[in-house]
Write a protein that binds this ligand. Structure first.
Ligand SMILES: O=C(O)CCC(=O)C(=O)O
Length: 337
């Protein structure tokens, strides 16, 4: 990451990294994408459902076990080109820098230095929208979400160019910092749903001009990198072309988030890709209580240096530390030393 990019990311909470994918990579990714769209459209038209077109690519079940004895299942769009996105050569060092240096507020400060480079791909998402026709039903987009205490970051790969006014990724730059996020919290009304003026949605009339919304445009092959500390959402799609977007969401070592588990035994994966897909062997936070980890007790093992809070003294100006999700019982145990 050069200094200009680093400054932009620190100020806005996102940055567009241009020309990350070349034409060959785009063609290979789009070819697999095409097959899934065809499959999806067939299923939806048989079901008479023309609305549910946002997420494509159900997870195939692929049960497998890693060297720590954790079991995994689930993969979506999958080919050599998709595997290579796991550790894309342009994005990998940037992701590593942001997830391993506690000054950005993703990695807890008490994580030992040697573990910091070992970030993980937590899950991926795929957003698709067909080119819009005048007869299509209104598109309402998605609510704003994300906040300063999050600890994951996302690489958003655009497989088609997003033109001005098309929609897609939108955000409120600067709201990864509590000072700006609080300006949103102080807006009267449902600001999470009424954040953007489009043909089908309106921004609240009392929106705070200090926190303007960005509609982020990008060329096919660009990558929008954003921190999930940033308040962001989906702007309704008005483009005449298709929206084809991939989201790769990474967490620091030992930080549970969504915990989608990938097939780490695929022989086509490189050692580095397998490492990035594998669960951490011990943790600095605990999994969500709504998930069942009884089959994977290793995924609940706390690192011996786990603490209740990350030290805020190392943070870049205005940045927020990650929330360490722990049960009250664990907090009490750690606090008692
Ligand atoms: O680009 C978009 O549609 C927004 C995606 C989003 O909200 C997310 O990945 O959490």
């Amino acid at each position: 990451m050069d200094d200009a990019m680093r400054d932009t990311f620190a100020r806005q909470g996102y940055v567009v990294v241009p020309n990350v994918l070349n034409q060959q990579q785009l063609d290979d990714l789009n070819q697999v994408y095409d097959q899934h769209i065809l499959k999806r459209e067939e299923t939806l038209s048989q079901a008479g459902d023309v609305q549910k077109r946002r997420n494509i690519g159900e997870r195939d079940k692929q049960m497998t076990t890693d060297r720590h004895g954790n079991t995994y299942m689930g993969r979506r769009l999958w080919s050599k080109a998709y595997m290579d996105l796991i550790d894309n050569e342009t994005m990998l060092p940037i992701v590593q820098e942001i997830l391993s240096d506690p000054e950005w507020g993703h990695a807890p400060t008490h994580m030992p230095e040697e573990l910091r480079p070992l970030f993980r791909l937590d899950h991926d998402n795929i957003h698709y929208k067909p080119g819009r026709k005048p007869t299509d039903a209104p598109d309402v987009g998605g609510a704003l979400h994300g906040g300063p205490s999050s600890w994951h970051i996302t690489c958003v790969y655009e497989l088609n160019t997003v033109e001005p006014g098309d929609g897609g990724f939108g955000c409120v730059p600067g709201t990864h910092k509590p000072e700006n996020h609080n300006k949103l919290l102080n807006i009267d009304g449902d600001w999470k749903r009424n954040w953007c003026d489009t043909e089908w949605t309106s921004q609240l009339p009392n929106w705070d001009d200090d926190v303007p919304v960005h509609r982020v445009e990008a060329k096919a092959g660009d990558c929008i990198l954003f921190t999930e500390k940033l308040t962001h959402g989906t702007i309704p799609w008005a483009g005449s072309g298709e929206r084809r977007t991939l989201f790769y969401k990474y967490v620091p070592f030992g930080m549970h988030h969504g915990d989608v588990a990938y097939d780490t035994n695929d022989p086509e994966l490189t050692e580095r890709q397998k490492r990035i897909l594998e669960f951490s062997p011990c943790w600095f936070n605990e999994p969500r209580e709504d998930k069942d980890y009884s089959g994977n007790p290793a995924l609940t093992e706390l690192h011996s240096l786990a603490r209740v809070e990350s030290d805020p003294s190392v943070l870049l100006p205005g940045m927020s530390r990650p929330r360490i999700r722990l049960t009250d019982e664990t907090k009490a145990m750690l606090s008692a030393g």
